[in-house]
Design a protein around this ligand. Sequence first.
Ligand SMILES: Nc1ncnc2c1ncn2[C@@H]1O[C@H](COP(=O)(O)OP(=O)(O)O)[C@@H](O)[C@H]1O
Ligand SMILES: [Mg+2]
Length: 258
Amino acid sequence: MALAQKVISVENIAVELNGRMVLEDVSFDVRQGEFVAVLGPNGAGKTTLFKVLLGLLEPARGKVSVLGKPPRLGAKEIGYAPQHRTLETDLALRARDVVGFGLDGHKWGIGFLGGRRRSAAIDRVLDEVGVCHLADMPVGRLSGGEQQQMYIAQALITNPRVLMLDEPLSNLDISHAREIVSLLSGVSRSRGVAVMLISHDINPLLHAVDRVLYLANGHSAIGSPEEVITSETLSMLYSSKVDVIRSGGRIFVAGAET
Ligand SMILES: Nc1ncnc2c1ncn2[C@@H]1O[C@H](COP(=O)(O)OP(=O)(O)O)[C@@H](O)[C@H]1O
Ligand SMILES: [Mg+2]
């Protein structure tokens, strides 16, 4: 089988923030329709890497290409859901309003897709992620999992070819996290969209992802979970002893967080 087309290519990038090298030498690629988990300790530069791919940050060196071009802000081929967004209960916005914001970051958004067509696009994408019955619900009343479904709908509404999700599982228990992951693997298959998902835990993702990109110490490792999440690879990446323990179908990484 021919390999799917590369949608993201990163070659030896370094990123400096306030005089500190956050990423020193990171390389990987992502292919069309691939599901990649982005892992690594707090502060490893996972969010920073996403900002580079979105064109929000310029690497100090190295080469980045997204869909064959340098990253650029507001590209509608990229669907993005940022980190840390749990909405407060008194917020009057409805789920459909929040999903509609996904169109407004693009110049062909609100003007081009007005009225009934806009509303139909919102309904379609809410249905795709399984929450069309919540379209008119104030977002503050949605559960954590439902809010994530809504944000995935928001990120999908421009029909992107790459979906980038920053810690969508962080406030969910394991069963809700698994539901979101299986939703995403379905979306990735049916749309052929590449998914990059940042997580601090591989376990809810273990059976769904094609590959993992592990960031630590400014460096990266990419491969299947079996290749990357091993004591040997992670000890090398962290430059210190890391123990990977596999037990009951789960993986535990010990000694990695500093
Ligand atoms: N705008 C910024 N200016 C300076 N340092 C930053 C900025 N944003 C993030 N950092 C630092 O860069 C490092 C990587 O941050 P981040 O990419 O958010 O890590 P992660 O998402 O892996 O937890 C952290 O040490 C963080 O404090
Ligand atoms: Mg982060």
